[in-house]
Design a protein. Structure first.
Length: 191
């Protein structure tokens, strides 16, 4: 079976009016009055976000670091790869190095881009890019005011069990770890 790919597909949505409802330093909420693909009037809202990054630090013994934090929208504590959003005009590479240092105190001297993905394309225009960081230098974390983070160093070999137990569940971490395991040639939870 092959996927039929056509470029320049026509947008079936007609925009009547665009209104910014809210904006802060990380995101904005837009509401559109539209004519939907079925021809009827409606409303479409979405989050306008800065690009997001995730980074998986791996040392020469195949250890990595996860960060644990309470996630306000879901009212739960989660274990994740270090991640965050870029500041306006900040390059992805600068963002991922800053986030890694802020959250873990680690500086990665070798960076590989693992790939990018749309985080939730019906709700937001956010694009996330995931990196693999190697040749690590240890330092002190520099958490910002919104972060209360636990840091855990562990062998990559423990990741499959943590995923199976439901302890790593966010999309960026799962996809990023999948890509990292493949790049590193490590058998894992995804193959």
């Amino acid at each position: 079976m092959s996927l039929k790919i056509r470029k320049n597909r026509k947008n079936p949505w007609k925009i009547i009016r665009k209104k910014e409802i809210y904006r802060n330093q990380w995101m904005g909420v837009f509401e559109y009055d539209v004519i939907r693909p079925d021809g009827n009037e409606g409303i479409y809202s979405y989050l306008d976000c800065h690009p997001a990054v995730g980074i998986i630090p791996v040392d020469d013994k195949n250890n990595t670091w996860l960060v644990g934090q309470y996630r306000f929208p879901l009212k739960t504590f989660t274990w994740e790869i270090p991640s965050g959003m870029g500041d306006r005009g900040e390059s992805l590479e600068k963002t991922e190095l800053r986030e890694l240092r802020e959250e873990t105190g680690i500086t990665a001297n070798k960076i590989d881009s693992l790939g990018s993905f749309q985080t939730s394309n019906a709700l937001t225009n956010e694009i996330a890019t995931i990196f693999l960081g190697r040749e690590l230098q240890m330092g002190k974390s520099e958490l910002d005011a919104t972060e209360d983070i636990e840091i855990q160093k562990l062998p990559l070999s423990e990741i499959p069990g943590l995923i199976k137990e439901g302890l790593i569940v966010d999309a960026m971490s799962l996809l990023g770890l999948n890509w990292a395991f493949r790049l590193l040639g490590i058998s894992g939870p995804f193959n």
